[in-house]
Ligand binder design. Structure first.
Ligand SMILES: Nc1ncnc2c1ncn2[C@@H]1O[C@H](COP(=O)(O)OP(=O)(O)OP(=O)(O)O)[C@@H](O)[C@H]1O
Length: 259
């Protein structure tokens, strides 16, 4: 079940340096927050801290009405799944797709028994538009876009409340990027997910986000509804980012079409 994400005053320090400096944001259930900002602004740090992969120095973090513990329980780990720029980060190269999916399904007790796991694995492949024959293949036998689809199948297999995608299309070429963005749009609609979607590419952010958050030097400088941000950014830095894009995609282009 999809849930609101509430990040209240989150700070992450590396030594004396605050990579994340008192970030507060709210992602309502069933919506996608697109997080944009230059390299080093703290986007991945925020994603990793929300996912529980790094420990914030200070914060209050809620998913639904439940605070997330510093040491996450199995249930809490299940509720937040993450997709990385490089799908290989979450795919064991020595495991077939069947093993990758069944391991996640069994660990989080989503399915019971071999037949149930097989049935659900096939459903997942269909959901991410991969052929059923993919189950017996290894990650290296797929293209980069297909591997990202396997990583997405693995992430949604455990029925998360929140999906975090950190530059999930940045390593893909443009045509593949578009089809993976369409997949994100489809699964968000089908599964009613809450999503935190990170990209330095404003076209991608325009395509997937309900709300846009702009990050700079570990702080949020603007949070606005998608249309409003792209029509009239309020922050000087938001205006700078938009001005740096040669030409925004039109309704028929990658941005508009994948919405
Ligand atoms: N483990 C670490 N130790 C020390 N500093 C770190 C560590 N991880 C990140 N940083 C620093 O924290 C800041 C934010 O990094 P982060 O990766 O979150 O930025 P980002 O916006 O995701 O950048 P990019 O778009 O390049 O991935 C950067 O200055 C980075 O050098």
């Amino acid at each position: 079940m999809s849930k609101d994400l509430i990040v209240d005053n989150m700070t992450v320090r590396y030594g004396g340096f605050a990579a994340l400096d008192g970030v507060t944001l709210n992602v309502p259930a069933h919506t996608t927050l697109g997080l944009v900002g230059e390299s080093g602004s703290g986007k991945s740090t925020l994603a990793r801290a929300v996912a529980g992969l790094i420990l914030p120095s200070e914060d209050r973090l809620l998913l639904g009405d439940r605070p997330l513990a510093k040491r996450r329980s199995r249930e809490q780990r299940k509720q937040i799944q993450m997709i990385f720029q490089n799908p290989d980060a979450s795919l064991n190269p020595r495991h077939t797709v069947r093993q990758i999916l069944s391991e996640a399904l069994r660990f989080h007790r989503i399915t019971q028994g071999r037949a149930d796991t097989e049935r659900r694995s096939l459903e997942l492949l269909e959901q991410v538009k991969l052929a059923s024959g993919s189950l017996d293949r290894y990650p290296h036998e797929f293209s980069g876009g297909q591997r990202q689809r396997i990583a997405i199948a693995r992430a949604i297999s455990v029925e998360p409340a929140l999906l975090i995608a950190d530059e999930p299309t940045s390593a893909l070429d443009v045509s593949v990027q578009r089809s993976v963005l369409e997949l994100f749009r489809d699964i968000k609609a089908e599964l009613n997910l809450t999503m935190l979607f990170i990209s330095h590419d404003l076209g991608v952010i325009h395509a997937v986000s309900d709300t846009v958050a702009v990050m700079r030097q570990g702080m949020l400088v603007e949070v606005a509804p998608n249309e409003r941000f792209f029509a009239q950014p309020q922050s000087a830095y938001g205006r700078e980012l938009l001005a740096a894009v040669p030409k925004m995609p039109t309704a028929g282009g990658a941005g508009g079409a994948a919405r």
